[in-house]
Design a protein around this ligand. Structure first.
Ligand code: 6PG
Length: 468
């Protein structure tokens, strides 16, 4: 690749990515729709190999052919508009990398349209927030395999490193890079929701203060739960509000926001007909949390007391049960997420390497966690494994920890602590390893009211009955 890279979009992610690319030995041409942003960013970094441009034409002319242009703009219309604006100035073989959180189906279309015109397009998931963009994100590029060689060294340099190994590798064709980023984000939702359920158990169940809770997360971070999200959670509980000197966490509204990537993951599971109950519950609970005024009315209108009078006598034992529940919930969420990824491979004819993908997730991204090493190992032992619960490592942990999960969910229900993802975890676990589900009754009902037919357990074929 030539040594000058173009970046369009100087938001937080874009600006930090520019600095990361420049630090790694490249000259970066920059352009932003609002030129004051370009000026301001350049002023702060004028000693660096960064060249500002104020027209698309000049910006494109500054790049050597084949050009490499990274888009760090908002997903959706803004991305399409930016592509349309640069197209007239491009030459065949030029490469456009979309590093935003684009919807993978848009990337499939953009890839097709641009390749038809002789350009190359890489829908590229970039994870790690603003710090990741600056210091090294996890990168998930999807596009033309041959052309990937042109951009590979750039990506390897700017990506996060896990024990020296860059957290990037070619994912697959067209929309697969952004698809993998979408699954990453779905899993991010369930990780975060599980942690917040555990916070409720520690706070409301055990009446622990923020400092104690921080210490617990700190301990957990030293073991099998070791991860970026557990680490930042430990820090969050210690943060003071500058104005009031109160714990900041206690001043933050419980209305959880979202930018839609979790919703896409759930929609995709519905489309592909795959169970994704843990990530779905995480998305729905954010929606429930947003019904603030309705919840306030309901909290007065519906007056149900907790039926739990048991006092936890042995706190350390109880806390250990919570830890096991959190870890098992996490395993189950990843099992569903990776199984969805597998079914997308089949659906879209992508031959994705799940072991490599889990390796990319080991550093730089939001879901980075030690246990991804284990996931990667299991997929490299057997790439055809259908579900992580069918691997020896994860099935034995699940077997050992399921009792804790059951008792914690039972406790939470009695105590009136909503734990939608922990509850969904045990239901999924029990459903998945059950050779009999009561859904035979659903088949009977469907046939009763609509002659939808059913299969039998004692012979092959489709059957219908006269039920009346
Ligand atoms: C990442 C994050 C990043 C962003 C999410 C937030 O991998 O760096 O996932 O993409 O934090 O888009 O999503 P919500 O606003 O939907 O929580």
């Amino acid at each position: 690749i030539n040594k000058t890279i173009g970046v369009i979009g100087l938001g937080v992610m874009g600006s930090n990515l520019v600095l990361n690319i420049e630090r790694n030995g490249y000259t970066v041409s920059i352009f932003n729709r609002t030129s004051s942003k370009t000026k301001c960013f350049f002023k702060k970094n004028s000693e660096k190999k960064i060249i500002p441009f104020f027209t698309i034409k000049d910006f494109i002319s500054s790049l050597k052919k084949p050009r490499c242009i990274i888009l760090m703009v908002q997903s959706g219309i803004a991305t399409d508009n930016t592509i349309n604006n640069i197209l007239p100035y491009l030459n065949k073989q030029d490469i456009i990398i979309d590093g935003g959180n684009s919807f993978y189906k848009d990337s499939i279309v953009r890839n097709k349209n641009l390749e038809k015109k002789g350009f190359y397009f890489f829908g590229t998931g970039i994870s790690g927030g603003s710090e990741g963009a600056l210091l090294g994100p996890a990168i998930m590029p999807g596009g033309n395999k041959e052309q990937y060689k042109v951009i590979e060294s750039l990506f390897k340099k700017i990506a996060a490193k896990y024990q020296g190994e860059p957290c990037v590798s070619y994912i697959g064709p067209d929309g697969s890079g952004h698809y993998v980023k979408m699954i990453h984000n779905g899993i991010e939702y369930s990780d975060m929701q599980l942690i917040s359920e555990v916070y409720a158990l520690l706070k409301i169940g055990l009446h622990l203060n923020n400092k104690d809770i921080s210490n617990i997360f700190s301990d957990w971070n030293k073991g099998e739960l070791n991860s970026y999200l557990i680490n930042i959670t430990k820090n969050i509980f210690l943060k003071k509000d500058l104005q009031t000197n109160k714990d900041l966490i206690d001043l933050i509204s419980d209305k959880a926001g979202n930018k839609g990537t979790g919703t896409w993951t759930v929609q995709n599971a519905l489309e592909l007909g795959q169970p994704l109950s843990l990530i779905s519950e995480s998305v729905f609970f954010r929606y429930l949390s947003s019904l603030t005024s309705e919840r306030n009315i309901a909290s007065k209108y519906i007056n149900v007391k907790s039926s739990n009078t048991t006092i936890i006598k042995n706190k350390p034992v109880f806390i250990e049960k919570i830890r096991k529940s959190l870890y098992l919930g996490k395993i189950l969420a990843y099992s569903q997420g990776f199984s969805l990824l597998k079914s997308a491979c089949k659906h879209y004819n992508w031959n994705l390497n799940l072991s490599k993908i889990s390796k990319i997730f080991r550093s730089g991204c939001i879901i980075q966690a030690s246990f991804l090493n284990k996931i990667s190992q299991e997929f490299s032992n057997n790439k055809d494994v259908k579900n992580l619960l069918l691997t020896s490592f994860f099935s034995s942990i699940a077997k050992e920890y399921q009792e804790s999960l059951r008792s914690i969910v039972a406790y939470a229900i009695k105590t009136k602590i909503p734990v939608p993802v922990l509850s969904a975890s045990i239901a999924y676990y029990d459903g998945y390893h059950s050779s009999f589900l009561s859904t035979n009754l659903i088949q009977a009902q469907r046939d009763y009211f609509g002659s939808h037919t059913y299969n039998r357990t004692d012979k092959d074929g489709s059957f219908t009955s006269n039920w009346i």
